[in-house]
Design a binder for this molecule. Structure first.
Ligand code: ADP
Ligand code: TYD
Length: 209
């Protein structure tokens, strides 16, 4: 991936508005003449979408913590090989709804401290970070009620409940400090339009696009 486009990820707790804002940023950048692809994790390629169904549906105890890290990383490797890598090589802007920071948080924090395992597997199998990561920061109570209102079958993680969402919020804020070279943090509590304007301004300033 040397001839490079631009890789932007959205991160944050469930229901924080990532999908909404990723779509709006893609629309904004397309309207200003950029070649953009919008994708998501887990998923974003046919094989990774199949793994998505395995990890997001069913009993919360369906997989051990270690197996789950392998599944998310396998999905990411396929996504990178088939979708993200080729798009970046073609000079496109890739906007991805969640990436490796989600594994650092969800699998790294939710069932004991497995952050080092996540990072080691990431270094071995992925080795790529976004150029820019947009953290949509959100009160977990508000985020969870938004996420549950969607009523999808993909609620394995949402079933973990509000306490986990609080830990995730703290974790994401700490991660944004740890990787302050690539993170921008946006307050997600305003209207969709207000948050979108903040995201567009921050991305434009940071990347001069
Ligand atoms: P995420 O991808 O982070 O889980 P979504 O973008 O899917 O979040 O948003 C979750 C729900 O909340 C959706 O129904 C969406 O329409 C709604 N939503 C998103 N942003 C806002 C906002 N700023 N204010 C009110 N509702 C919002
Ligand atoms: P997503 O579809 O983005 O859910 P939401 O729109 O509710 O934020 O992601 C689904 C779930 O997958 C979400 O609860 C977080 C979880 N997840 C992980 O646990 N690890 C990962 O590496 C990724 C990418 C997602």
């Amino acid at each position: 991936m040397s001839a490079r486009g631009l890789f932007i990820s959205f991160e944050g707790i469930d229901g924080s508005g990532k999908s909404t804002q990723a779509q709006l940023l893609a629309d904004h950048l397309k309207a200003t003449g950029h070649d953009v692809i919008l994708t998501r994790e887990p998923g974003g390629s046919p094989g990774a979408e199949e793994i998505r169904a395995l990890v997001l549906q069913g009993d919360p105890d369906r997989w051990s913590a270690h197996t789950e890290i392998l599944l998310f990383t396998a999905a990411r490797r396929d996504h990178l090989e088939r979708t993200i890598g080729p798009a970046l090589a073609a000079g496109k802007i890739v906007i991805c709804d969640r990436f490796a920071d989600s594994t650092r948080m969800y699998q790294g924090l939710s069932r004991g401290d497995l952050r080092q395992v996540v990072d080691e597997l990431h270094n071995l199998m992925i080795g790529v970070e976004p150029d820019l990561s947009v953290l949509i920061d959100m009160d977990p109570t508000q985020g969870l009620s938004r996420a549950l209102a969607r009523q999808t079958a993909e609620e394995r993680f949402e079933d973990f409940g509000e306490e986990l969402q609080h830990a995730m919020r703290r974790g994401f804020l700490a991660l944004a400090e740890e990787f302050d070279n690539r993170f921008i943090t946006i307050d997600g509590s305003g209207s969709i339009e207000a948050v979108a304007a903040d995201v567009a301004q921050a991305v434009t300033e940071r990347l001069q696009v």
